[in-house]
Design a protein around this ligand. Sequence first.
Ligand code: FE2
Ligand code: FE2
Length: 276
Amino acid sequence: MTMLPTFHSPRGAAVAAISAADLDVKTELAQEAARRWQRRTLSLRSPLDRPVPLRPGRPDKPVLTPPTKVKKRSLGSLKGRIALLHSIAHIELNAVDLALDIVARFATESVPNSFFDGWMKVAFEEAKHFRMVRQRLHDLGADYGDLPAHDGLWQAAHDTRNDLTARLAVVPLILEARGLDVTPALQARMRETGDFETAAVLDVIYEDEKGHVAVGAKWFRFLCAREKKDPAATFQQLVRANFRGPLKAPFNDIARAEAGLTPSFYRSMTASTNLS
Ligand SMILES: [Fe+2]
Ligand SMILES: [Fe+2]
């Protein structure tokens, strides 16, 4: 078994996992941190350990490129499915670091302990997703790192590093909610092409991601209520200030609403109403 660094606080655990460039270590640390937080063997009152890294630890590969340079391939071919799984693996890996970055960066925020219950669970599940998708890549004769990947996700998070409410607006309520919009079509496409194994992996991710958007919506609403702000109006204002480009329709209104993200948040922010 891999040796893990020691940690005593959620923040210390999160910083160690974010810093890890070995992806087996990173995902194991994320899951061990979540287990120990659940067993209440980590203390929020531990000293602040190391500073939160500005960039997560990463292996040499994949090479990072601007989002526009990542090629799109047909999902009917093996190459196309590998490219899809590779891009999902990259998203899941970033999601591990993003969940832990919320824990690490906002550990000093005055929020109830259940805030960390939520984000530790998200980190645990993102690590699980990364491993499942990487395993599927292995089954298809490929690996994470074989193709280039883009760096847009971390950038979006970096821009909101000083404001928890803005971070929640951008990461769970825009980026993860977008996953709910696009995944059902991918699940259907995988079943059509006969790749039921990939479809099953996407099923697990889709169900878990509803929970991640729900954690985001719950704490976004909590912070708005504490500051006596209207959540939908605050969301729109933070998105305009912190997110480049309009939100992409069509939306999966049902899954979004189940997670507590109602159309009043995002309906007025699509491309067609943002042209002026
Ligand atoms: Fe995920
Ligand atoms: Fe997620």
